[in-house]
Write a protein of this length. Structure first.
Length: 181
C-alpha cells in the first residue's frame, strides 16, 4: 500500500504522521505565536515577555564576556561552540540550556543567581530595593569563608525562629482580644 502526498512523491504508510503528532505540531505553532506567557508573576515593571527576558540575559552574558576582556571568537571554543552559535546567545536568538549557563558561569566567573537577577529581579523581593538588598546579601554570603557561613546560618536560623515565635504570639494576642469583644 502506498499513499501520495500533494507533491506527487510516494510515502509509505508507516511514515505518515499520526493525528497526535499533527496536533502536537499545531500546538507548538500556536504557542510560538503567543507574545506573553499566560501565568507569570508581574515584575516591578509589569510582565516582561519571554523575548525581553532573553534580551536581558543576552546583555548580561555579553557584558560578563567583555568584563573578562574576551572576544566571542576566544570564548566560543572554550564552550565547545562555534563563534556563530555562541553569538546567537548574545543576540538573544537562541535560548540557553541550564548546562550551558553553568558552563558560562565556570568560564566567566559569575554566579547563576547574578544572571537570573539581571533578567528577573522581582524574584528576589517585593520592591526593587528589597530585591537589590537580597542580591547583595547573597553575594556577600558567597564570598565569606565556610566557617563564617556556618556561624551566620546558625544565627539566621535563630532569628527566623524568634521572628516566627513573635508573629505567632501577635496572632494569639489578636485572637484573644477578638474573643473578649
Amino acid at each position: 500500500l502506498q499513499l501520495r502526498q500533494s507533491n506527487s512523491s510516494l510515502i509509505r504508510p508507516d511514515t505518515v504522521p499520526d493525528s497526535k503528532a499533527i496536533r502536537r505540531k499545531r500546538s507548538r505553532q500556536r504557542a510560538a505565536k503567543i507574545a506573553l506567557t499566560v501565568f507569570r508573576r508581574p515584575g516591578f515593571e509589569g510582565i516582561k515577555t519571554l523575548g525581553e527576558i532573553d534580551e536581558r540575559i543576552a546583555t548580561f552574558i555579553r557584558k560578563a564576556r567583555e568584563d573578562k576582556e574576551l572576544t566571542r571568537a576566544e570564548l566560543a571554543p572554550l564552550l565547545g561552540l562555534s563563534m556563530q552559535v555562541y553569538g546567537r546567545y548574545e543576540r538573544a536568538f537562541s535560548k540557553m540550556h541550564v548546562t550551558r549557563m553553568i558552563h558560562l558561569c565556570e568560564i566567566l566567573g559569575f554566579m547563576p543567581m547574578e544572571m537570573l537577577f539581571s533578567a528577573a529581579p522581582h524574584l528576589w523581593g517585593r520592591t526593587p530595593e528589597e530585591a537589590r538588598d537580597t542580591m547583595e546579601l547573597a553575594q556577600q554570603i558567597v564570598s565569606l569563608p565556610h566557617g563564617t557561613k556556618r556561624d551566620l546560618l546558625a544565627l539566621v536560623k535563630k532569628m527566623v525562629a524568634l521572628e516566627r515565635a513573635a508573629d505567632g504570639a501577635a496572632v494569639e494576642m489578636q485572637r484573644g482580644e477578638e474573643g473578649r469583644l
